[in-house]
Ligand binder design. Structure first.
Ligand SMILES: Nc1ncnc2c1ncn2[C@@H]1O[C@H](COP(=O)(O)OP(=O)(O)OP(=O)(O)O)[C@@H](O)[C@H]1O
Ligand SMILES: [Mg+2]
Length: 160
């Protein structure tokens, strides 16, 4: 694994735009894990990913549903939120690997059941740095995720 890449966001719009840039790069089979406290901006980032993938509708915060499904231009986006997962075994019923075969999988609160996700993945950790400030520290595991992260970082706002 190479060094993580750090992105600073100064408002929800920036987080959404960063997500949209990632969404344009993602394709079927990719996995993106999003960690961070309640209200850190994970769902805002997913809204951006969905937009970048060509989904026009709205992406909601999944309080009770574990998996949301959105049709993008090229493939589907599966949005998992494991916050309410009661036991890690429950995650197996989600059949995460099947979703991956058929689209992009993005998961909030992945630490509730880390073992179910593909080892090759992007992992973004969100921190609150101010009222509108958020820091995203992104790590990549595997060749394809590393290439994705490199492309995402190739912008002035990215700091290494
Ligand atoms: N820079 C920023 N990036 C993203 N969200 C921000 C930023 N600044 C302020 N916010 C606000 O923080 C909140 C983030 O909410 P969001 O639902 O995305 O959090 P979350 O990480 O998904 O939380 P949860 O774990 O509850 O699902 C929103 O109300 C958003 O407007
Ligand atoms: Mg959320």
């Amino acid at each position: 694994m190479r060094a993580p890449v750090v992105f600073e966001s100064r408002g929800p719009g920036e987080t959404r735009r960063l997500g949209a840039r990632l969404g344009r790069l993602l394709r079927s089979g990719d996995t993106v894990l999003l960690s961070g406290d309640l209200g850190a901006g994970k769902t805002v980032f997913v809204q951006g990913i969905a937009r970048g993938m060509g989904f026009e509708g709205s992406v909601s915060s999944k309080s009770f549903v574990l998996m949301g499904e959105y049709q993008g231009r090229q493939c589907k986006l599966y949005h998992a939120d494991l916050y309410r997962l009661e036991a890690p075994e429950q995650a197996e019923e989600l059949a995460v690997d099947e979703y991956c075969a058929d689209g992009v999988l993005v998961a909030e609160w992945p630490e509730r059941a880390l073992h179910v996700f593909a080892p090759e993945r992007l992992h973004a950790r969100f921190e609150v740095t101010g009222e509108r400030g958020r820091r995203l520290t992104v790590e990549a595991e595997g060749e394809r995720p590393r290439a994705l992260l490199e492309r995402l970082a190739r912008r002035p706002r990215a700091r290494r």
